[in-house]
Design a protein. Structure first.
Length: 525
């Protein structure tokens, strides 16, 4: 039975979901890193919020860990490269608090427009400064969205309901999606020049860090009001302070800061500045939603193999997983075969699917090929870390999809590029379930890839099969299955046979001594 640790406080229904799905669960919160290291080796899954820091040191002790689930969006507290290298799936719940975060951005926009915090403080101090707090309407103002993904699209919908004009900068926003959302897609410079309000809804990456830099803030419309409920580090806080002081920026509201907890900031006390302590996801509904979602996602993975909202491996729904399982088994065997047979430095690999396979999610198939190929050299490789390790080694990975149906109703082909030339293998599924090799280095040969096998390349000549059988018999080797293929009569031929025991060096030497043998190798699956 899989076992999960919940190490941060979550809604109790999360644990109930795990148990209902047949997953054992422990709830142990508030641990020090040392205490977590001492017990993490017992668990297949780790469910966290923001308090637990999953460092490389902790992952080194996580000998059985398969999945980390973050109840929420941000995964700054997880060392994702280390988890990927370890073969651990990292998931988050990007949609559980989307409405809550979007609503907080709208609330801060209203607060800026009507100076609500300052007006509240003044009134409660016994003043009645009715003429001091002159606000602006949101109606007909232009809202600039930086980031038009899930949360940004909800903000756009709410802003359109307020009769605002919405423009959006997002490199991944298609014209069709912009039309569907009712927004105008613009460049960043255009947005900065036109927006009365700017709100950010993008992750913090190398491309988005300081996207509102000193230079970009200088391009904004005088009097612009800026809201950030996304990630600290998207705005140059010193430049923001200078813009507020100069009056160029009419107001700013931050829920997130470059350094958190933000116990001290030059922005504090600046006229026109509003702050909240990272409350974007802080509603009862959101906290329940993300806890339930992370439990469902982790249980799906541990029980059925379904992968949802993963950050370091292709998603694979619980519905897709059963359909893809035999293809992934085939892909892993093809990867293992070519990994054992291909010689020379490997610089690239292509994975082609055709027929029925072309209708499926190809990413898991490719990951399985890479895992099978690279596991030849390391037993710590799995589907999660194989793409990471391939990229680390500079291997160019390509995916090709053919809708056509060839000789087989479904087929997967793997081709590797090495300094010794290109090598290709192909396989299919019999009965949509049983993996079967159908082509090896351009030669048609049908074979099951299982257990211990002997691979022989020889000159096609009369009597060879008899001599090979005699040699195996004299070596005490029992043959399970026997598969033959050749390029042409009298040309190069392949023998692929399964044997009951691992192929020994002595057997390889005896077979290599036979007339006409070019290559002989032992294989294992």
């Amino acid at each position: 039975m899989p076992k999960v640790l919940i190490s941060d406080k979550m809604d109790p229904n999360a644990a109930a979901i795990f148990r209902a799905r047949g997953v054992e669960v422990d709830e142990i919160t508030g641990q020090t890193p040392e205490e977590l290291m001492a017990i993490i080796g017992q668990y297949d899954g780790l469910a966290i919020r923001s308090s637990t820091k999953v460092t490389k040191a902790i992952l080194e002790h996580a000998t059985n860990l398969k999945v980390i689930g973050r109840a929420g969006i941000g995964v700054d507290n997880v060392d994702i490269p280390a988890a990927s290298a370890k073969g651990v799936v990292v998931m988050n719940t990007p949609f559980g608090n989307s409405i809550t975060t979007a609503e907080h951005a709208i609330a801060l926009m209203f607060a800026l427009a009507r100076q609500l915090p300052e007006a509240d403080a003044s009134t409660q101090a016994g003043k009645w400064e009715k003429n001091r707090f002159m606000g602006v309407e949101l109606t007909s103002k232009t809202l600039g969205l930086i980031g038009a993904g899930n949360i940004g699209s909800i903000v756009a919908d709410r802003a359109l309901g307020l009769k605002m004009k919405v423009i959006a900068y997002d490199p991944f926003l298609t014209p069709e999606r912009a039309l569907e959302m009712g927004v105008e897609k613009v460049t960043l410079d255009d947005l900065l020049a036109r927006a009365d309000f700017i709100t950010l809804h993008t992750p913090l990456t190398d491309q988005t860090r300081n996207i509102l830099s000193e230079a970009n803030l200088a391009k904004t419309k005088k009097g612009v009001r800026i809201i950030n409920c996304a990630r600290g580090g998207l705005i140059d806080e010193a430049a923001l302070k200078a813009g507020l002081d100069s009056g160029h920026i009419g107001g700013a509201a931050l829920d997130v800061f470059q350094t958190e907890p933000a116990k001290d900031s030059p922005l504090f006390g600046t006229p026109g500045f509003i702050s909240t302590p990272h409350l974007g996801a802080s509603t009862t509904e959101a906290q329940v939603n993300v806890a339930l979602q992370v439990a469902e996602q982790m249980a799906d993975f541990l029980v059925t193999g379904g992968i949802t909202n993963a950050l370091n491996v292709p998603s694979l729904s619980a519905e897709e997983a059963p359909k893809l399982k035999p293809y992934m088994a085939l892909a892993e065997k093809l990867g293992s075969l070519i990994g054992q047979l291909a010689h020379g430095a490997l610089s690239g690999i292509s994975v082609e699917v055709e027929g029925a396979a072309a209708q499926l999610n190809q990413k898991p198939i490719t990951s399985a090929v890479l895992a099978g190929m690279m596991r030849v050299h390391s037993d710590i490789v799995n589907m999660v870390n194989a793409p990471f390790l391939a990229k680390e080694r500079g291997i160019d990975v390509r995916e090709i999809r053919h809708d056509r149906e060839g000789d087989y109703h479904t087929m997967v082909r793997v081709t590797v590029k090495t300094d010794a030339g290109d090598k290709s293998v192909a396989g299919t599924l019999f009965g949509d379930a049983a993996p079967r090799l159908v082509e090896l280095f351009g030669i048609k040969v049908e074979a099951d890839l299982a257990g211990h096998m002997l691979y022989v390349v020889n000159e096609d000549a009369p009597g060879f099969i008899g001599r090979l059988g005699t040699t195996l018999g004299e070596s005490g080797v029992n043959i399970g299955t026997f598969h033959l293929g050749r390029r042409s009569a009298g040309g190069e031929a392949i023998v692929l046979l399964s044997v009951d025991e691992a192929v020994t060096n002595d057997l390889i030497a005896n077979v290599r001594a036979l007339p006409g043998v070019k290559t002989v190798m032992g294989l294992s699956f």
